[in-house]
Design a protein around this ligand. Sequence first.
Ligand SMILES: Cc1cc2nc3c(=O)[nH]c(=O)nc-3n(C[C@H](O)[C@H](O)[C@H](O)COP(=O)(O)OP(=O)(O)OC[C@H]3O[C@@H](n4cnc5c(N)ncnc54)[C@H](O)[C@@H]3O)c2cc1C
Length: 422
Amino acid sequence: MNLEPVSIMRSIKTIRDVVGWGLCVGCGACQYFCGKDSIALENIETIGIRPIFKKAQDVNYSECLKFCPGYSIGATRNLQHNEHVIFHPLIGPALEIWQGCASDKDIRYNASSGGAVSALAAYCLEKENMEFVLHVGMDKYTPWYNKTVQSKSRTDLLARAGSRYAPSSPCEALSLIEASARPCVFIGKPCDVAAVSSLRKYRSKLDANLGLVLTFFCAGPPCTAGTLSLLKELNIEKKATNEIRYRGKGWPGHFQVSFNNGTEHKKLTYEESWGKLTDHHRSFRCNLCPDGLGELADISCGDAWHLYDKQNNDFGQSLVLARSERGSEILHRAMENGYLQLEPSKLADVIKAQPMTGRRAAIFGRLLAMKTLLMPVPQFIGFPLSKIWLKNPIKLKIKTYLGTLRRLLTRGLWHQKPLNPA
Ligand SMILES: Cc1cc2nc3c(=O)[nH]c(=O)nc-3n(C[C@H](O)[C@H](O)[C@H](O)COP(=O)(O)OP(=O)(O)OC[C@H]3O[C@@H](n4cnc5c(N)ncnc54)[C@H](O)[C@@H]3O)c2cc1C
């Protein structure tokens, strides 16, 4: 008889477990770290981009836990000794908050919000002598997919401006930044940036070549099935598409499709498409994200929804948060050089503009529900999650906790899924 003590709380020992428990965010960092011989990335239509493990046993699979954002995210300590830091428990630390837009009319028009992300990237290429921008654009052969790309010019950046509400894995190509002769810009979702901020501690060349790390506010990317269901609703055959855009060409822009023959163009409003894209098409792990506003980047940008007026035909306004000293310095130089037109904003505006700031207050309750079902939970270190949870009204706490339990049980998320190969 085996008398060894049995732990009933399931634990995570390697990134295989992260994937099996549905906690992977699909950033691609494990492929960069372990190499393509060990890990392939596959876009699973109803889930997202996930690693496929090519070797049954590999020590790197456990080593990856030290940077895997699905497993662990640590709040930034960049600014802990800076006396000018502004802090809100729902937003995290920042040095400055601004609102406004790119000065370049084309960038602003093509971008998602005010084009601040693309304008900052263009400034780094043109004035800070950075080598390239590693980010995400449409895959021209399969427009319903994203592709990790290098942009080397303003033209490249313009072609890739605009949010793409579909899976992306920009960390897969970090070796390009590592091998670069000069510093580069990295643009990714907050979870991609979390991987980058951990990885740079272990890879000195990567650290040295990360000239600027940019992110945007993110409520979570829908899986490919979201895009395909919109195409179906518009009666569009995916193979007939030449370009799929989710935002941009105005604010907030439309979900737009153009065709191989160039003749047709179908549109849904942002409100129509965003609701349908996110309905049942986002992973549960995104609901646990403690960093939707990107506090681990040098600069994070989002929609300045508090300035949005449907009647006004405004071409877009961004919120811009300097999250590090480097971010603040580059932001000021970009403004001085005429790349951005910004005016001061404040914490209250960020909360007003972004209802999703409230999501951080629900995470502790969701983790509690996972623990009740003896599921392993991600490690979120240094975020004030329990403090803000305690401030929620009791009714909301019960609703969040029971709602999460129900979701975990009905969606079968409470047990580990087998992986291939075993
Ligand atoms: C999945 C997702 C969820 C979002 N959720 C929110 C939200 O809740 N609230 C909110 O205010 N805004 C949200 N946004 C929009 C985002 O905040 C805006 O892109 C941001 O305001 C930056 O606008 P911009 O005009 O400065 O960026 P732009 O100048 O348009 O540049 C956008 C940049 O983002 C990159 N990018 C686009 N799609 C992806 C992707 N899937 N993965 C990685 N990089 C990508 C592009 O490569 C480009 O460099 C979301 C965007 C995405 C992709």
